[in-house]
Design a protein around this ligand. Structure first.
Ligand SMILES: Cc1ncc(COP(=O)(O)O)c(C=O)c1O
Length: 396
């Protein structure tokens, strides 16, 4: 199917506002007033691919829904290993653990390698889940500031923050909230530091499919066997395939010892946690049958990105760069004269558009002066939201 008609599908897929208002939670349609447009949590408005719905229905229709294997279905683990191999990560199915979401995968990865007295090194800004899961494991979080605006990791900045207590480096690539895709040289530097200081790398790649710019996505575990063996890669299916409500993700561990520790920390062996079997079936279908759906989604996102960046960047006091990956915008709003919380509140109260303010609790101190907006919606909704924002900021 040519890209144009796939993109067309995303408007023809017309979203179901009533269903979203009943079912889309976590800061989204079901949690806001009926006249508010939520460009908040990063979860697409579109219904999931037909192939995924069919796979769930077919599996459920057979009627056997007992416990699955502890680490996940063979088919699921093999599909994940193939997908990682396509990113040049040397991954075998027995190194994959199915989890109930990327967040849960992060939680297990952190518990596997961190404990009280340990330091977890991560970036600022960064999605709250990485520091949160590190703290839940008992570790102290050390944030390495990214350079404002470009969001690159300054030469030497990470190294300076490594102490005898540092146990892990946590990264998110592509990066939430800035939308930046880490470059090979940065990843190599992180990998080399991890080797030199005997650290584990916990790498969140939940956004890896959503590459919109002219950049290449590199998995840090693909760089060398020495880096791979100390890397835990976590990911999920919420961002690329809209399966957030199915709570499905996975962990790939680069060594046998990490596999064992992660499995033990996950709670799966004693059935206290684990991925739902229907969710694994859905995720496997996503990986095996939805390439064309995903291509159409990306094509649509590229068009939304162009529109949203141009219109936000034209607003007085707003500087909005195009994200290379993710469907998140992270405009700098400092020159509007408002702080992030105040502007988000005004946008909510006056423009009736909900966004995520760049607060410590969401992204760390480095997010101040920024808002985060998701553009994974229809052109019509995004256009309406942008028009309201423009009227508020330009119309006064
Ligand atoms: C960086 C990052 N990791 C993890 C998650 C959570 O993914 P999941 O829904 O699979 O738990 C998100 C969701 O926004 C995210 O942005």
């Amino acid at each position: 199917m040519p890209a144009d008609s796939q993109s067309d599908n995303f408007d023809r897929f017309h979203i179901e506002p009533q269903l979203l208002r009943e079912r889309a939670f976590n800061l989204r349609w079901a949690t806001v007033d009926p006249d508010v447009i939520p460009l908040t949590a990063a979860d697409p408005d579109f219904p999931v691919a037909h192939e995924i719905r069919q796979a769930i229905a077919a599996h459920a229709a057979e009627g056997v829904l007992g416990y699955g294997p502890t680490e996940g279905f063979d088919g699921f683990r093999a599909a994940v290993a193939r997908m990682l191999s396509s990113r040049s990560v040397s991954a075998r199915p027995d190194q994959i653990l199915a989890t109930d979401g990327a967040a849960s995968a992060l939680w297990a990865a952190c518990r596997a390698v961190l404990g009280p007295g340990d330091e977890a090194l991560t970036f600022d800004p960064i999605d709250f889940l990485l520091p949160h899961c590190s703290e839940q494991a008992g570790a102290t979080v050390v944030r390495c500031p990214l350079e404002r605006g470009t969001w690159v990791i300054a030469e030497g900045a990470l190294e300076q923050r490594i102490t005898e207590h540092t146990r892990a480096i946590l990264l998110c690539n592509p990066h939430n909230p800035t939308g930046r895709v880490l470059r090979v040289d940065e990843l190599r530097r992180i990998g080399d530091l991890a080797i030199a200081h005997d650290l584990v790398i916990i790498n969140d790649e939940v956004w890896a499919d959503i590459i919109l710019g002219d950049v290449e996505m590199t998995s840090i575990a693909s760089l060398s066997p020495e880096i791979a063996e100390r890397t835990i890669t976590v990911s999920g299916f919420s961002k690329s395939y809209g399966l957030a409500g199915l709570r499905i993700g996975f962990i790939h561990s680069g060594s046998e010892s990490l596999c064992r520790r992660v499995l033990e920390a996950s709670g799966a062996p004693r059935t206290t946690f684990g991925a739902s079997v229907l969710s694994q079936v859905a995720a496997q279908a996503a990986l095996e049958h939805c390439d064309s759906w995903l291509a159409g989604f990306l094509d649509h996102l590229r068009q939304m990105r162009t529109m949203a960046v141009a219109r936000l960047d034209a607003l007085p006091g707003v500087c909005c760069r195009a994200p290379e990956g993710t469907y998140l915008l992270f405009p700098d709003i400092r020159k509007t004269g408002f702080d992030a919380q105040a502007l988000a509140q005004r946008l909510h109260d006056e423009a009736r558009v909900a966004v995520v303010p760049g607060l410590m609790e969401w992204f760390g101190p480095g997010a101040e002066g920024h808002l985060r907006l998701s553009f994974a919606t229809t052109e019509q909704i995004l256009d309406e939201a942008l028009t309201r924002i423009e009227k508020m900021l330009v119309g006064g």
